[in-house]
Structure formats: C-alpha cells, structure tokens
Design a protein around this ligand. Structure first.
Ligand SMILES: [Zn+2]
Length: 450
C-alpha cells in the first residue's frame, strides 16, 4: 500500500514537473523547487532586530532600463540590434555588450501611413507584428515574438498594435483586444508591461484620459466605449502602464506611481525619460541617434550617485538606414556597459526593473532566530495597488538586507529555505555595512537569433 502511494506521488510529481516545463520552457532563471525541503529548527521571533533593505542589489547603486517601442522595426532590424545589445557576439557595431535589454511587441499592424521602415524599402506593413494585419487566422511574426518573449528579449506590449491612421478611422475594437488576449494566453505570450503607442486614432491607449486635453482620445479604460479593454488587459496580467505622459525628468527615487483607471481598476503607472527641454522647447531623445544625449556621463553619474531609477524611452528600430547605430550611439551604449562593469548601475529589462521597485517597496518580512542564528522570512508583498501576494523566487531576486554578520543569516521564502546557491553574501559597501541577499537574474549572453 505504501509503495503504491509512493508510486502515485512519483507519477504526480512527474506530471507537475512536466507541466512546469511546458509552462516555463527554456528559461534559465526559473526557480527549481528543491527536491528535499530542509527541516528548520523551532523558530522564535527576534523582535529587537531591525534590518534595512539595501536600495539596489549589491554592489549597484542605480538601476536603468531601456524601454523600446517597436515602431517601424523589421524582424531583421530587431535581431541585428539585440545581438549587439544582449550578446557577446561580434556584430556590425563591435563586440556585443551583453546587457539585459528587453523590447516591446505588437499583435497588429494596420497603419496606413506611407513611411518606410528599413534600408530595403519595406513599408509599415512589413513591421514586426504577431498577426497579418487584423487577420487573426494568419500569423506573421508570431513564432519570433513568442521566441523572443521566452528568452527575455521582449517583455512589453506596445498596446495591441499600430492603429495610426491618416483617415482617422478607429480600428482597435474590443473584439480585436479579445482575440489578441485569447491567442496570447493560448501561446503563453503574457507580458506584464503595457506601453501606450501613437496618436489619437490609437483609442486603445489608456491611463491619461482627461477631457479637453491631448489625451481625451484615450478610450481603453472607458467601459462605455467600443474600444474598452482594461478589464481583459488587467485580468490577463498587465501590471504596469506607461500612459503617454511625462518625460523630461531623467531619474526617479521610485519609477512607479498608483493609477486609478476610468473603470475603477488600479494599476501601476511608470515614468519614462523621453525628451529634454531646450529653451522652453521639447527635444525628443527617444530615437537611436539620440542615445548619446540619453547616456551621458553626467546623467549616469547622477543616477548612481543619487541612488535612483531611470527608464529610457527609445524606438531602437525606427529609422531606415542600413545600420541602426552609428559609432556615437554604440559608444554611448558602451559607456553604459562600463557603468555596469564598474558595479555602479545595473541594467535590467523594463519588467524586471519595475517589479524590483515594487517588491523592494512592499516586501514584508520577519526576522526569526534559533540557536544563535537568524532567519529572514519573506512573507508577502503588501502591494497596495495589485493586492497582497506571496512572492515567487523571481519576485525577490536582488533583495539585499544589511546585516552585521552575514554568516549568521539564512533567508526563507514563506518559511521555506531559499537554496544556498541562490544567496549572495556581500562585503561592506560604502555605507560601511555588510549585506546578504537573493542573487539577481543570471546574465544571459546567448545569441538567440541563431
Ligand atoms: Zn509607438
């Protein structure tokens, strides 16, 4: 009988493992559940021990993401510039930088503007998009988008698509939103970041509606509108929205702010730096040849010295020259890599940066003790916008606690031991304090275009 039960358990475990593998294929950072849970001694509260959380993962004191809108980008351009940004391969721009930079994607491309998107003279219809036009029976770049989402080169939805129209027709209906989510769910393409796109025919945009203003066209969160979708969109896991506003401030204490939508739902808004003000005028900095304006030494120094977050808005694939980056652009990106190499600024995908900021702010933990050892138990994320949740290991990556004697500390997630290989113990930083934390995501330099 016992043997039979054990067999059943083994079979169930195999099914569970198989299911997990199917849900999270080929992602090196997915938490492996330890095969044996170590038994903990009886733990007592350690009420006198008050710890501080380091603002960023050791040794960094700033964090930066490049948040790129997928406008007018062919698959070939996407692969070309991500090889330089994300891998260590030899590329037309020099040796790849190996940075964690994640892009955005479209489901539909239905613009009727006449722009060309690349050096081969392709029109907008050739832009990287999941479906062919609005035909959800015909997949255009679905396989590529799913692949690059799985490997971490895409983490954002640039709304459902490009609905910019000269004829002023509003084409992004709720039906298209519904069909998009149905397919995305089926295929496991489930980004958590939404970035508004384009002008007033993009009625799917949301988060900044105000009558009599530039943003009066936004209908995505108006439950009375045929373009309403935020019930579907938030239920399907979108947590963070860039609502089209702001943009002159370079860095932030906290990149997130709570946003109540017109349908009463709550979501995190986030800030992106996208222009400078020169003599009272906006000078947009969100195209590739403006990267040297975005990544200057004074900007980067301010970011890490003031211990802040920056999200740079970009359109890395816009423009139609044969080369995405010129030598100045590549040099500015190399400067950013140097700041990371020197332990000053951690470059992270947009979703990773935003989720880190969220968890850093709202993690709730208790300090426990037994036999002269201390246990930091991460209990929950008390997120006032998305609600309370028990964190996953992915959620708590990078969290770092200042402690006097790291060797006396163990980290627990919901009273379960976090495996040693996930823990990082650090020497004193410039504050004079040692620390212990959960490792950040393992860098991945794989050339996923191969
Ligand atoms: Zn756009």
């Amino acid at each position: 009988m016992r043997v039979k039960n054990r067999k059943t358990i083994n079979i169930l475990t195999s099914i569970l493992v198989f299911t997990l593998v199917m849900i999270f294929p080929a992602n090196a950072n997915i938490y492996k559940i330890p095969s044996q849970q170590v038994e903990l001694p009886p733990l007592e509260p350690a009420p006198d021990l008050k710890l501080n959380i380091r603002k960023f993962p050791f040794p960094y004191t700033g964090m930066l993401a490049i948040s790129s809108d997928i406008d007018a980008t062919s698959v070939a351009e996407f692969e070309d510039y991500h090889r330089f940004l994300n891998t260590h391969e030899l590329t037309p721009y020099g040796q790849g930088l190996g940075l964690d930079i994640a892009d955005s994607a479209w489901m539909y491309q239905v613009s009727n503007y006449s722009d060309l998107i690349d050096s081969e003279g392709h029109s907008l219809a050739y832009s990287m998009a999941y479906f062919q036009g609005v035909d959800t029976q015909v997949f255009k770049d679905a396989d590529k988008i799913k692949h690059y989402f799985n490997v971490g080169w895409i983490d954002s939805l640039h709304t459902f698509g490009d609905f910019s129209r000269k004829d002023k027709n509003l084409l992004c209906t709720r039906d298209l939103a519904d069909k998009a989510w149905t397919e995305m769910k089926k295929n496991g393409f489930m980004p958590k970041v939404w970035i508004n796109h384009g002008t007033e025919t993009n009625a799917q945009n949301f988060g900044a509606y105000l009558p009599q203003t530039l943003y009066a066209y936004q209908q995505g969160d108006n439950s009375q509108s045929p373009y309403y979708h935020t019930d579907l969109t938030l239920n399907n896991g979108i947590r963070f929205v860039w609502n089209s506003t702001g943009g002159v401030q370079y860095s932030f204490e906290d990149p997130l702010y709570p946003l109540t939508l017109r349908d009463g739902r709550q979501i995190w808004g986030f800030q992106r730096y996208s222009y400078d003000e020169v003599k009272g005028k906006r000078v947009w900095t969100w195209e590739p040849h403006e990267i040297p304006r975005q990544l200057t030494k004074p900007h980067l120094d301010e970011l890490y010295q003031a211990e802040k977050y920056t999200i740079l808005a970009q359109h890395l694939g816009k423009g139609n020259a044969a080369q995405v980056f010129n030598s100045n652009d590549a040099q500015a990106l190399r400067l950013l890599k140097n700041y990371q190499d020197e332990g000053k600024i951690l470059v992270a995908g947009t979703e990773r940066l935003l989720n880190y900021a969220r968890v850093h702010h709202y993690i709730r933990y208790e300090v426990l003790q037994a036999d002269g050892k201390y246990y930091i138990n991460l209990e929950k994320i008390a997120d006032p916008v998305l609600g309370e949740s028990v964190p996953t290991l992915e959620d708590i990556r990078g969290l770092t606690f200042y402690v006097n004697e790291p060797e006396k500390y163990t980290l627990l997630l919901d009273l379960k031991l976090i495996p040693d290989e996930e823990i990082k113990s650090n020497k004193a930083d410039k504050s004079g304090n040692k620390s212990i934390g959960i490792k950040w995501f393992t860098p991945d330099y794989t050339d996923y275009t191969k």
